[in-house]
Design a protein around this ligand. Structure first.
Ligand code: SF4
Length: 77
């Protein structure tokens, strides 16, 4: 389960986040390229945009479900 006390600092403010366990394997980028991207040296990914609307929320949920590290979480908002 993602740990909200270990959020990566680049995550845009809001409920959804990637924590510091991201490897990065990149599979989430196929699910939610409109929300997630690599940091500059591609050592992890983070939310550059919070999901808005049903489609983006579904993309975030799919990314969270597929993450093998369980690095993607939300604060339930
Ligand atoms: S699926 Fe999980 S471990 Fe893989 S890049 Fe995305 S957040 Fe990181």
């Amino acid at each position: 389960m993602a740990d909200n006390t270990h959020k990566l600092p680049e995550n845009v403010p809001g409920p959804w986040y990637v924590d510091d366990t991201c490897t990065p394997c990149r599979v989430c980028l196929d699910e939610a390229p409109q929300l997630l991207k690599y940091n500059d040296d591609e050592t992890y990914v983070y939310f550059f945009k919070q999901p808005e609307g049903e489609d983006e929320l579904a993309a975030a949920e799919n990314a969270s479900a597929i993450c093998p590290q369980n690095s993607i979480g939300n604060d339930g908002a």
